[in-house]
Design a protein around this ligand. Structure first.
Ligand SMILES: [Ca+2]
Ligand SMILES: [Ca+2]
Ligand SMILES: [Ca+2]
Length: 179
């Protein structure tokens, strides 16, 4: 605070780390008693300073390593089967810290999974056959809702677990017995 002008500025060194949405400042104005009264007179005012959040944090999947370890689903299950729920945190305020989930897709591929943008729940979109494909590389994204959004990612390999669905086959159709 500037003593004579009453200008309020942020401290420049060290730069303050502002937390929360607003600050309440109690400011006392004291006169210089130039007219020679018995004492200086003062008055107190309250100034409320709002803090505008800047989108300077990107969403982070803190448990990405854990998701990598347990991302799997059994083959032959119907589309819509639960696979995994992911969660990302964003330290910003309001829309800057609100996260929506999605996948990063190669345009040509048919998505094998879908994700709920709000809950981060991943479900299957197709029925899998482990004998055709054993794992799927999936990039999960968390995008904040800022005007200039930031994106966090977590790369998973979702394993298709085996079900014993193939009966043993004879290699030759006909076996001949020697006598
Ligand atoms: Ca953010
Ligand atoms: Ca921020
Ligand atoms: Ca199979």
């Amino acid at each position: 605070m500037w003593l004579h002008t009453g200008l309020i500025r942020l401290r420049s060194s060290p730069a303050p780390r502002l937390q929360g949405m607003k600050y309440v400042l109690n400011i006392t104005a004291l006169d210089d008693n130039a007219s020679g009264g018995p004492q200086s007179l003062s008055t107190v005012a309250q100034v409320i300073v709002g803090v505008d959040d800047v989108n300077n944090n990107k969403p982070v999947f803190e448990k990405c390593v854990e998701y990598k370890e347990k991302a799997s689903v059994l083959e032959n299950k119907p589309a819509g089967t639960f696979v995994l729920q992911v969660h990302a945190v964003d330290a910003d305020e309001g829309a800057n810290g609100k996260v929506a989930y999605g996948f990063m897709h190669k345009d040509s591929t048919v998505p094998a999974f879908s994700i709920d943008p709000e809950t981060g729940v991943i479900i299957t979109a197709v029925k899998f056959d482990r004998e055709r494909q054993r794992e799927y590389a999936v990039t999960v994204t968390a995008t904040d809702q800022a005007a200039d959004p930031l994106i966090g990612i977590c790369q998973l390999n979702i394993l298709i677990l085996d079900e014993n669905d193939n009966s043993p086959k004879f290699e030759n159709f006909r076996y001949e017995c020697e006598q």
